[in-house]
Ligand binder design. Structure first.
Ligand code: MF3
Ligand code: CO
Ligand code: CO
Length: 297
């Protein structure tokens, strides 16, 4: 596993902090640009990744607390017979009442305050007239902006008497997030996360959606880097403390392929089979990671 020295006193023979994989003396040592060995600067310049400072992390954590309280409120209120638009009203009002803004509303033209995706809907379901029925699985994806900080999390709820398949796919998606989080450490890579999730989910007979990925978050809804839920060990950017991103595996019961509906948002499985998802906002710490939207998995 590659490891990079996170302070500015990198030894000549250590790996270069720029992530090139070469020795420091053969790479960035001696380059004149100021701040070139400052990880925060480096990640901003090289990858467009905005590392978060302690005060930012506090802010995202507060937004995160509101997001999980919103999901708890939904979990309590959600009932069969309700329309998905009623979930939207609940989330919208709860968010405003708590002094926050629902990030989805008007985001790139999204018309509602939350995404609600039922059964074969993978993600970005637009709340509307669809009625939640007994046996459905319902993903509710909440992103709140509190004091200008963003936090993003979602959960898939099992409604009433569910099928074995429904319980199985929800369980695989939930454990996929756990597996992804388990490999988040400074020094591991973005590819390690995707690898861990893909290996687990496919090993259980699920398939991993490719078109939608996790993402940096905190100052904005979607920041660099992208976090695919598939991939190869050791590939991609090296994780460093202060990185904040989502992990949000979408796992299908059948084929991985998707179709976007005519509303230009709702992604559904191409075979019409079930899809489930869990998402949390994750901070890379000095010795591992911490969820900033820590609901029990
Ligand atoms: N919350 C989603 C995510 O996890 C993004 C939804 S974009 C929206 O990234 F416009 F549909 F809200
Ligand atoms: Co997200
Ligand atoms: Co989300």
């Amino acid at each position: 596993m590659s490891y990079i020295n996170l302070n500015s006193k990198t030894g000549r023979n250590e790996l270069c902090p720029c992530g090139s994989g070469r020795k420091y003396k053969k790479c960035c040592l001696g380059k004149k640009e100021t701040g070139a060995y400052d990880i925060k600067n480096l990640y901003a310049r090289k990858y467009d990744i905005k590392l978060k400072q302690p005060n930012d992390i506090e802010g995202i954590k507060k937004a995160g607390r509101l997001v999980i309280e919103t999901l708890e409120m939904v979990e309590y209120e959600i009932k069969t017979g309700m329309s998905t638009d009623e979930i939207n009203t609940l989330v919208h009002n709860f968010t405003l009442k708590n002094g926050a803004i629902p990030a989805p509303l008007n985001y790139r033209g999204f018309p509602k305050s939350v995404c609600v995706s039922v059964n074969e809907e993978i993600c970005h379901g637009i709340p509307g007239k669809r009625i939640i029925e007994d046996g459905d699985i319902v993903n509710v994806d909440v992103t709140s902006i509190l004091d200008e900080y963003y936090a993003d999390a979602n959960k898939t709820f099992l409604m009433g008497n569910t099928s074995k398949d429904a319980r199985r796919i929800v369980d695989i998606a939930r454990k996929s997030l756990i597996e992804g989080m388990a490999v988040v450490n400074p020094g591991s890579t973005v590819g390690d996360i995707g690898y861990a999730i893909q290996k687990y989910a496919e090993g259980k007979g699920g398939s991993v959606v490719r078109e939608f990925v996790g993402h940096g978050v905190g100052f904005d809804f979607h920041e660099a880097p992208q976090i695919p839920h598939f991939g190869k060990k050791g590939d991609g950017i090296i994780l460093v403390p202060g990185m904040v991103f989502t992990i949000e595996p979408m796992i299908n019961l059948g084929k991985k392929n998707l179709i976007i509906l005519d509303d230009n948002w709702t992604a559904v499985t191409s075979d019409g089979l079930l899809s489930a998802q869990f998402e949390q906002t994750i901070l890379v710490t000095e010795d591992g990671c911490e969820s900033l939207t820590p609901y029990p998995l």
